[in-house]
Design a protein around this ligand. Sequence first.
Ligand SMILES: Cc1cc2nc3c(=O)[nH]c(=O)nc-3n(C[C@H](O)[C@H](O)[C@H](O)COP(=O)(O)OP(=O)(O)OC[C@H]3O[C@@H](n4cnc5c(N)ncnc54)[C@H](O)[C@@H]3O)c2cc1C
Ligand code: SF4
Ligand code: SF4
Length: 446
Amino acid sequence: MGLRTVHDVAGKQLCTGCGVCAYLAPDEVRMADVLDHGRRPLPITPVGGGGDALACCPGAGLAHSTVDAGPGEIAELRATWGPVRALWEGYATDPELRYAGSSGGVATALAAFCLERRGMAGVLHIGARADVPYLNEARFSRTRAELMATTGSRYAPASPCERLDLVEAAPAPSVFIGKPCDVAAAGLAARVRPALAAKLGLTIGIFCAGTPSTRGTLEMLAAMGVPDPASVLSVHYRGQGWPGHARATAVGDAVGTERRLTYEQSWGEILQRHRQWRCYLCADHTGEFADIAVGDPWYRPTGDDPGRSLVLARTARGVATIAAAIGAGVLTLVPAAPGILPASQPNLVNARGAVWGRIVTLRATGQAAPRFRRMPMAGVWWRRLCVREKLRSTVGTVKRIRRRRLWRTVELLEYAPTPALTPADSASLIAMPDPRHAVGLHDQGS
Ligand SMILES: Cc1cc2nc3c(=O)[nH]c(=O)nc-3n(C[C@H](O)[C@H](O)[C@H](O)COP(=O)(O)OP(=O)(O)OC[C@H]3O[C@@H](n4cnc5c(N)ncnc54)[C@H](O)[C@@H]3O)c2cc1C
Ligand code: SF4
Ligand code: SF4
C-alpha cells in the first residue's frame, strides 16, 4: 500500500518514533506519547507530513548506497552487519562513567571527549523527563555533568531527532546519540538540510533489539510494587554494573533505597513483550548508518563486571575519533576480531533473516511494509534459519496480521500522564513490592 504522509506510516504501525518528521515539518507535525505504541507524530494541520518529512522517514524504509564493502571496510561483515572498519572491546577509562553506563559507558565517554577536547558544542540525545520520570525527552547536553545524568539505556519510547534544530543552530558541530533508526533518520535529514549536515560532528548508534511502549514501563513499575505512575520519582533500566538492574524510586520510599529487578526480569519477562511492531520489521539493529556503534559483548559472562562495551567504527571519521579517544586515555579498548560481532549478537543475525520472511508475507497479503534497499536479508533467511524459524517468519506472520489486525489504521491518542505526586501527597501512599519477583527496597549502595 502507498504511504503518502508520515501519518500513514504511523497509522500502519511502521513508525519507529524517531521524531525527524517533527524536526523537518514543525508547523505540521508534533511528537506525542501514545501508550501502547510509542512516540508518534500527531497532525498540527489537517494536511502535511509528506515531502521531506516522509522522504527522510526511517519507518518507511532505509537504503545503503551500495552492498559492496568499500576500501577499509571488513568484507566478511558487510552483508549482514553493514559497513565496519574496525572493532574493539573495552570501556570508559573513568571508573565512575564506566559503572554508570549501560554497557561500558563508551557512548558517553566519546561524547564527553568530543565536548571537552574536540571543541564540539553539545550532544543531542535523550534522558528522563524531569516532570514525568518514566517518559523521555530529547536533551542537548553541553557539560560532562549533563551527560552523566543521562547515561544508561532507556527501554522506552524516545525521539531524539525531534530536536535536531538544536544541532543545526549550535555554534559548532555536535554529537548525536540514538538508536539505529534515529541515527539513520538524522543522516537522511542531513541530506536535505545542508545546515544540519555541517553541524553533525559525530553520530553514535546504540545497538537496539526493539523499543517497548510506555505500557511496558508501567507494567515493569507495577512489578516493582509501584502501581501508581504518578508516584514515580526515578526510573533506570540498566547501568551501575553490566548489565545492571532496572531501578526505580517512588514517593514514600525510604531515603537511600530503591526498587530493583534483574535485567532478565525487566527486559526478558516484561519489556520485550511490549516492543512496537516496526521493531519486528527492523533490518538495522546495530547502527549501520552511524560513525560509531556500541553494544554489549554478550559472548562474555556478565556477573560482577563493572561495565564492558563492544565498539564498531563504521566510517573513517569514527576510526579517527576512537583512535584519538584511546590516545587521550579516555577509552580503554583492545582490538577485536570480526567474529566477536556474531558471537555477541547471534539473535540479531537471525532477526535479519526473519525480517525478510515477515516482509515478504506482509507484501503477499497486501499489508504495509518498510522498504530496505541494498541491505541483504534473503540469504540470511535461506542459510541461517532452520525450517521452524522459516515457518515462524512466514506462517507466523499471517497469524500476527490477524492477531494485531494489521490491515486497519490504528487510532493514535495522546497519553496524558497523571501529574506527579508531591512528597506531601505521600503520607498515605505505601507501595508494596511485588512478591512474584521478590523485589525489595535495597540500599542504593548495595
Ligand atoms: C531500546 C534499546 C534496546 C537495546 N537493545 C540492545 C541489543 O539488542 N543489543 C545490545 O547489545 N544492546 C542493546 N541496547 C543497549 C545499548 O546497546 C547500550 O546502550 C549501548 O551498548 C551503549 O552502552 P554505553 O554504556 O556505551 O552507553 P551510555 O554511555 O550508557 O550511553 C547511553 C546513551 O544512549 C542514549 N539512549 C538511552 N536510551 C535511549 C533510547 N531509548 N533512544 C535513544 N537514545 C537512548 C542515552 O541518552 C545515552 O546518551 C539497547 C538499548 C536500548 C535503549
Ligand atoms: S519513523 Fe520518524 S519520521 Fe517516520 S513517522 Fe515515525 S517519527 Fe516520523
Ligand atoms: S529495533 Fe530497529 S526500528 Fe526498533 S527502535 Fe530499535 S533500531 Fe529502531
